[in-house]
Design a protein around this ligand. Structure first.
Ligand code: ATP
Length: 334
């Protein structure tokens, strides 16, 4: 378990982490999300005793990292895959780490096998690809068979097989009752991997909840509707807080009204509907909504969106249906 209490880190004028408190529970994969510069790496470094907090405290399995007699056996971390002596072979890198904790050679072979490094274990690290370096970092994190594992961007540079492997590995480790804390900017991957999320923005915790709660609490629920009178239904549904997009001649996507409300309107007006599918918001949408005011480094989109057609109720639908172009209509339009 990882427990942070009022954890704060100030670098000169910059408050990187602003008094955060959270608990990372065993038996779950906890994702750590936040925009660039939000304070994720600084928090992870403080957990690992690599940065001293300006205020507050953080413990790993009940004890601050630097008070553990054998820290590698308590917590394993991949923070920077490049922080390796590149003149050493992968095996010797692990051997040097193992020697500090009297970890037997058998365990080195186990983690090499587990991380798929068997063929390159005797090769010098300086020739390693990004993905091989990540695998070695994960091998090092697992070396002491620790109860708690922290991985900062573990899938960075991994091929699809490697991404799947990390996903299954962290789920397996959590299922064994270990504490797994990982960061990633890949929302789709996080959605498949994490049970719980902690979201940080500008050094402060902005969400700490099970992933399902975060998605349902922030994303906007939509409903896919199939009907043979899309234009009529579009006009009937559009109103205050309801927007409707036409996707093709028969398909609408409705935001702001639940399937029952859509069915009621269709029935009252004798419009036949032959599909009503609730669409769950994605983690990416929920995350963007959560962090929209917390992003320090904004991108500026210079090209327009691929689909530009938006219109008030009744205006552009005919054109859209003809062209089979998505078009929005409804009360939330400007
Ligand atoms: N050693 C340092 N000296 C000064 N400022 C620092 C230092 N380390 C981090 N910072 C600043 O603290 C803030 C938080 O940085 P941190 O690396 O923890 O963010 P992050 O969430 O990990 O970002 P990213 O997703 O880009 O890796 C940033 O504004 C960063 O510039």
């Amino acid at each position: 378990m990882i427990e942070a209490q009022g954890l704060r880190k100030v670098y000169g004028e910059k408050t990187a982490v602003d008094g955060v408190s959270f608990t990372v529970q065993p038996g779950k994969v906890t994702g750590f999300l936040g925009p660039n510069g939000a304070g994720k790496s600084t928090t992870m470094r403080m957990i690992m005793g690599l940065d001293r907090p300006t205020a507050g405290s953080v413990t790993v399995n009940g004890v601050p990292f630097d008070r553990h007699q054998a820290p590698l056996r308590e917590i394993g971390a991949l923070l920077d895959a490049k922080a390796v002596h590149t003149g050493r072979t992968a095996y010797n890198h692990l051997l040097a780490m193992a020697a500090t904790h009297s970890i037997p050679k058998k365990r080195i072979h186990e983690v090499i096998e587990m991380t798929g490094l068997g063929d390159v274990a005797r090769k010098k690290v300086k020739g390693f690809s990004l993905g091989m370096g990540q695998r070695l970092g994960i091998a090092a994190a697992l070396l002491g068979n620790p109860q708690t594992i922290i991985l900062d961007e573990p899938v960075n540079g991994l091929d699809p097989e490697g991404v799947l492997w990390v996903r299954n590995l962290v789920k397996y480790l959590a299922a064994e009752g270990r504490t797994v804390f990982l960061s990633s900017h890949l929302m789709s991957e996080m959605a498949l991997t994490a049970d719980h999320l902690i979201v940080i923005g500008r050094g402060k915790i902005i969400a700490d909840a099970p992933i399902g709660e975060i998605i349902s609490g922030k994303g906007t629920a939509r409903t896919r509707v199939r009907t043979d009178e899309p234009l009529r239904l579009m006009q009937l549904l559009a109103g205050d807080g309801v927007s409707v997009e036409a996707h093709d001649r028969e398909l609408l996507e409705v935001t702001g009204l639940d399937p029952r409300g859509i069915a009621r309107t269709a029935l009252d007006n004798r419009v036949m509907v032959y599909e009503l599918t609730p669409l769950q918001a994605s983690l990416e949408e929920a995350y963007m909504e959560l962090t929209k005011d917390e992003v320090e480094y904004h991108s500026h989109i210079t090209t327009g969106p691929p689909v530009a057609a938006t219109a008030p109720a009744g205006a552009a639908e005919n054109q859209a249906a003809e062209n089979q172009v998505p078009v929005k209509t409804g009360g939330d339009q400007a």
